[in-house]
Write a protein that binds this ligand. Structure first.
Ligand code: 5GP
Length: 209
């Protein structure tokens, strides 16, 4: 198959929690061999079903501060009303992009803003919205159980996140997971063929002419 050397795509997915962003990212990772996920660092506690090094690199607050001092993060933010810090290690991203591998980022709006500033030509971003507020609430109830105060807190955080939709290149409403996944896949495929990303195009065309 013809391969024209290109830079990878930084596919940023952001959404209020409960909009289905993780499910979309997983569906794409399962079916797109050139796509990998960025593994963030975080100071929050590991959940029982999470694997250190796969879902996140779990750090203490001291280790996180050391990462900031050593400038190894491409972006970082305090998420969820400031309780925990999250950040994206720089080196894996730079290596993947240079090698023509695409990376999907599950980061919040603050992380997206910083990535766009640092890698303006690389980032393609998609904001995922729920079809309506009741769907979001019922997905959050599923996660938070019956704790009314916790549900309301998560709903507040979700509404704050939704207010940042205008900063994104694309917006996809997730009413049906399969349909929304295909919409995001279309964004990824279009980005791969963007002329400026195809670093080997000049040589390829020279061979044709
Ligand atoms: P959770 O703790 O539920 O895994 O993630 C909470 C939020 O943190 C999610 O909205 C997720 O997008 C965001 N997040 C995860 N990793 C990063 C990161 O590296 N940087 C930023 N800015 N946000 C992140």
């Amino acid at each position: 198959m013809i391969y024209i050397p290109r830079r990878g795509v930084c596919l940023v997915l952001s959404a209020p929690s409960g909009a289905g962003k993780t499910a979309i990212a997983e569906a794409l990772l399962d079916t797109e061999p050139l796509l990998e996920s960025s593994v963030s660092v975080t100071t929050r506690a590991r959940r029982p079903d999470e694997i250190d090094g796969k879902h996140y690199h779990f750090l203490t607050e001291e280790q996180f501060q050391a990462a900031l001092r050593d400038d190894v993060l491409l972006e970082w933010a305090r998420v969820l009303q400031g309780t925990h810090a999250y950040g994206t290690p720089r080196q894996p991203v730079e290596r993947a992009l240079a090698a023509g591998r695409d990376i999907v980022f599950d980061i919040d709006w603050q992380g997206h803003q910083q990535l766009r500033e640092k890698l303006p030509a690389d980032v393609v971003s998609v904001f995922i919205l729920p079809p309506n507020i009741d769907a979001l609430r019922s997905r959050l109830v599923g996660r938070a159980g019956d704790h009314g105060a916790e549900i309301e807190r998560r709903m507040r955080v979700a509404r704050d996140e939704i207010r940042h939709w205008e900063a994104f290149h694309h917006v996809v409403v997730n009413e049906d997971l399969a349909v929304a996944t295909e919409a995001v896949r279309a964004v990824l495929h279009a980005a791969r063929s963007a002329r400026d990303r195809l670093t080997g195009l000049r040589d390829f065309v020279a061979g044709l002419t």
